[in-house]
Write a new protein. Structure first.
Lengths: 552, 207
């Protein structure tokens, strides 16, 4: 009975939190739009609000992916192949962008590529409100992902394999070894990184909204900026658009995630950890590699540098005014309350999401090796917890906004509404850290505990949790960081100033182009988020265990 | 003391144990001998309740424990990889098996297994032989009715293996513990046991 409850709780909670609101939202959208799903999709290109959005989204994602792979692969190769001076610091710098909240990156790129930026003024670089600006930002974000996933595979390869290849006719030339040795080593990790890059670029919102400007809409942005969605009577067009985009997005993201799972199952070393046994070579004394690596490091840090620099500048002059104003309670964009809100949501996300992820991971890892219904249930539960990966943040927001309002309108005003979105988005990240660690845990520890007379509870608290301490801490940090930077769903759900989080405040402050202090306060908020996230990221790395197959 | 009747276990359609029968007397030490993959470990896991068979029963001291979970069978097990908890020190590992942990009992048991003063040692600092002794001590402190030893000496070098087998036998005999020791090493089997049973005598399963 106890076991049944233990294994049922995560499924029930995931259904209540994720699946049910999303299904209710789809039904409601269908009712409000007054047309069927196929008609809604076929109408997309006939509407000025959505004309070309699907094609633009696919094009943007494909170009971003190509650009990311083209830059990320050589960097991953250099990092995996050679031992650089201060290697771990270089890797930390190159992989940091991936954990930077989207609104912070947006601020950084506006400062870097905007009309009054250093690049625009000194090099006459006019990238503002172009697709190129968004591709550059996507590439900056996701190169970190390629390095993170591909570099360890290169660094971990047993050197004797390459040595023996050199002595055989099939590998006696560099191109032969590249084709027959290195490509098989990296291809699955690279494919996984490319798929994830596509997914993240496909669901990009903050970067498209701010860097793309008024005329550039991908599907995520076109869905998010529909204020009457789900309202029967006045919201027919908005509902139709969201319904059509939501379904297209679901299909494409599900296919991409299915691909990702395939790569995951075929290659055991995909998404490996930062700690590994190094087999790197001494760096050859060529200047061009060092120059290129130096440029990559400058590119990785530039948006972050400009984010922080902007917090000390008001109307182009060096000043502490933004920091002082940000922490005074009288200003419109005072940071104290949004900071409290952000921390409150993040702490609650950790408190709820990590135990829930542990419960779900425990059910999946325990039941997946059993026969019949238990194994099937484990697979379904795994997919259910991962489902939010197939939904963009905006769709998660709509699921809550429309799905829950269908149950009761009063729910739309409860303070914890955005918390549900944070939980849904953080849960699969936490699960993807805990589940592989749980799977790799030697079962004899738990069996030994049981043969020593330990009860189920004693096994959980005295053996299971202490042995998984590292992954649990990493999952908690990740859930905290995800909640801290969450923008799309929170922005959509934003209803009262009590719900303003730092990313939402940055968006609102940056939407006031005439107010220089507001923009500088946005930089202050972004700097706070950036410093906190980086501290968390460095802390998480310390808790990763060698051999632990964490996935993020 | 222990009776196994018609134990049947299969994995993925492959029969590992086919109606195995085994009987072990009170305070008797039995060595179960057989090549790798013949089902020795599976039989121990079946007795401990870690493996659910498709048929058969296990009786300990005349009581049918077939439907009891491992923690309620009063069966101790020393695993091949020892399964010493890496997050606990030696004393923590020993205390894990005790209902009420007592420092004196832990010290006494460490003395018995020739590891006096090892209470605060980290698991990763133990040598192979020391690890075996800690694993044995941990299982003994749980005061099991039957002790199952799953090739715990397999990874040791020949001299140490035989010396330790002698020590283990002495400890078990001094305490009157009923035990089954699984091994593929005939020398060790002879050294440790009162009786050797070939796995092929008790099972008809094919490898």
């Amino acid at each position: 009975m106890g076991k049944l409850v233990l294994h049922t709780v995560p499924a029930v909670l995931v259904i209540l939190l994720v699946i049910a609101p999303f299904i209710i939202a789809l039904i409601r959208l269908s009712e409000a739009s007054e047309v069927g799903i196929f008609e809604a999709i076929s109408n997309l290109d006939n509407r000025y609000q959505t004309n070309g959005a699907v094609g633009f989204t696919l094009k943007l994602s494909a170009i971003s992916t190509l650009s990311t792979v083209s830059i990320g692969l050589p960097l991953a190769w250099w990092m995996g192949r050679y031992h650089w001076p201060a290697h771990s610091i270089i890797r930390a710098i190159l992989t940091t962008p991936f954990v930077v909240p989207s609104m912070v990156a947006t601020i950084g790129f506006i400062s870097l590529l905007g009309p009054q930026s250093w690049l625009a003024e000194n090099f006459n670089l006019k990238l503002w409100h172009t697709m190129t600006a968004i591709v550059i930002a996507h590439t900056w974000y996701n190169v970190a992902l390629v390095v993170r996933l591909v570099e360890p595979a290169i660094a971990r390869l047993d050197p004797s394999l390459e040595e023996s290849a050199r002595l055989l006719p099939g590998g006696n030339k560099a191109w032969k070894r590249a084709l027959r040795l290195w490509w098989p080593v990296v291809r699955l990790n690279l494919a996984a990184a490319a798929t994830l890059t596509f997914v993240f670029s496909f669901t990009s919102f903050a970067l498209v909204r701010h860097l793309g400007g008024p005329g550039m809409y991908n599907m995520e942005r076109a869905m998010a900026e529909r204020p009457f969605t789900g309202i029967i009577g006045v919201g027919a067009v908005d509902s139709e658009i969201v319904l059509a985009f939501g379904v297209i997005q679901l299909v494409i993201l599900t296919a991409a995630l299915w691909l990702l799972t395939e790569f995951q199952q075929r290659g055991k070393t995909w998404l490996p950890l930062a700690t590994e046994k190094s087999t790197r070579l001494q760096l050859p004394k060529t200047k061009h590699q060092k120059l290129l690596m130096g440029s990559a490091l400058a590119a990785a840090t530039a948006p972050l540098y400009f984010t922080i620099k902007g917090s000390f500048s008001v109307a182009g002059n060096f000043s502490f005014e933004a920091w002082q104003t940000a922490f005074s309670s009288s200003h419109d964009f005072a940071l104290i309350q949004p900071l409290i809100n952000t921390l409150r949501f993040a702490i609650l996300t950790v408190i709820i999401a990590v135990p829930l992820a542990w419960l779900a991971a425990n059910s999946v890892s325990t039941l997946e090796n059993e026969k019949g219904w238990s194994a099937r249930y484990a697979r379904v539960l795994d997919v259910m917890v991962m489902a939010p990966f197939a939904l963009s943040a905006v769709m998660v927001g709509y699921g809550i906004l429309i799905g829950l309002s269908h149950l009761s309108n009063s729910l739309l005003l409860v303070w914890w509404l955005p918390l549900i979105a944070h939980l849904i988005i953080a849960l699969p990240f936490a699960m993807r850290v805990i589940l592989p660690a749980m799977r790799s845990l030697d079962p004899s520890y738990l069996e030994a505990a049981r043969t020593l007379g330990a009860s189920q509870l004693k096994v959980i608290f005295k053996v299971h949790i202490p042995l998984l301490r590292g992954p649990l801490i990493v999952a908690a940090i990740l859930a905290f960081a995800v909640s801290l930077g969450e923008f799309g769903a929170t922005w959509l759900l934003w209803n009262t100033p009590d719900w303003t989080t730092l990313p939402v405040l940055i968006d609102r402050a940056y939407s006031r182009p005439y107010d220089p202090i507001a923009r500088s306060i946005a930089h202050v908020a972004a700097s706070l988020l950036l410093i906190t996230t980086l501290t968390l990221f460095i802390t998480a790395e310390k808790f990763r265990m060698t051999g632990q197959e964490g996935e993020f | 003391m222990l009776e196994v009747k018609n134990a049947t276990v299969s994995f993925s359609g492959k029969l590992i144990l086919d109606a195995v029968n085994l009987s072990v007397g009170d305070s008797e030490i039995v060595a179960l001998l057989g090549p790798s993959g013949c089902g020795k470990t599976t039989l121990l896991r079946y007795i401990a309740g870690l493996e659910k068979g498709s048929g058969g029963e296990v009786l300990i001291a005349g009581k049918d424990v077939s439907n009891l979970p491992p923690e309620k069978r009063s069966v101790g097990m020393v695993f091949q990889n020892l399964a010493l908890f890496p997050h606990l020190d030696v004393a923590g590992n020993l205390a894990f098996g005790m209902v009420i942990p007592e420092a004196e009992k832990i010290a006494e048991m460490l003395g018995i297994v020739n590891l006096a003063g090892f209470q605060e040692r980290k698991i990763e600092t133990l040598s192979g032989g020391e690890g075996q002794r800690v694993a044995l001590a941990r299982s003994l402190l749980a005061e099991p009715t039957i002790l199952l030893l799953d090739e715990p000496l397999a990874s040791l070098d020949e001299d140490l293996k035989l010396a330790l087998a002698e020590d283990v036998r002495k400890i078990l005999k001094d305490r009157g513990i009923t035990a089954i020791h699984v091994t593929h090493d005939r020398q060790v089997a002879k050294k440790i046991s009162d009786r050797i049973i070939e796995m092929s005598e008790v099972t008809q399963a094919e490898d």
